[in-house]
Ligand binder design. Structure first.
Ligand code: SAM
Length: 194
């Protein structure tokens, strides 16, 4: 297929923004696939921070990162991503990318999902932490009950972002059946005049 699947497209745009030495955040670490991707893009001089509320997820991610030899440059917190603004206040305006992969841990408890009440403050904090030209990506899943409500709320929030503050892109396969996921990408603008 010429058109990129959502996860692949998300990685492609993140890799265009991230350079060796950059700071990146995985807002939903899960099994650590995205964390590893961010650590690879930011290289040995980079720094990656990761949030997840589940110990099980962080243990799985830690093993993956350790095996890949990147664990020493990743800081993992068993904490909600809504704490991002507070925990990363020292990097405000310096973070190049924040990625969210919402929903539940693959292979884990399907009841432990991300929820609107914490996802929205986390997205707002992520945008605030970004450097100009930095990127937030979010995979939104409407295929489970809380996910539908969460995805609608996130899309509503993103639609309301001031064009002077951010460019917002929505990437989705329009004719897929059964509530396919969508990828949201938010690029922080360089300055109010650009
Ligand atoms: C779809 S999974 C993430 C997949 C992951 N990016 C990967 O590469 O495997 C969503 C994760 O979000 C976590 N989560 C739920 N609520 C959260 C919150 N408030 N803050 C951070 N993570 C949360 C879940 O525990 C779950 O592991």
């Amino acid at each position: 297929m010429t058109l990129k699947p959502l996860l692949g497209y998300g990685k492609e745009i993140l890799s265009k923004v991230l350079e060796p030495g950059d700071i990146a955040v995985d807002a939903t670490v899960g099994n650590g696939h995205d964390t590893l991707f961010l650590a690879t893009c930011t290289g040995a001089d980079g720094q990656v921070y990761g949030f997840d509320v589940q110990a099980e997820a962080l243990a799985s991610a830690k093993a993956r990162l350790d095996e890949a030899g990147v664990l020493e440059r990743v800081t993992l917190w068993q904490a909600g991503h809504e704490q991002m603004g507070e925990r990363l206040a020292m990097h405000r305006g310096q973070v190049k990318a924040v990625t969210f992969n919402l929903g539940y841990l693959p292979g884990g408890d399907k009841e432990r999902v991300t929820v609107t009440s914490t996802t929205l403050p986390a997205l707002e904090a992520a945008l605030d932490l970004l450097a100009p030209g930095g990127l937030v990506t979010a995979m939104l899943y409407s295929g489970h009950p809380q996910g539908k409500e969460e995805a609608q709320a996130v899309l509503e929030w993103a639609k309301g972002l001031d064009q002077k503050r951010a460019h917002v892109l929505l990437y989705q396969f329009w004719n897929q059946k059964n509530d396919p996921p969508v990828l949201l990408a938010i690029e922080k603008r360089n300055s109010p005049s650009t």
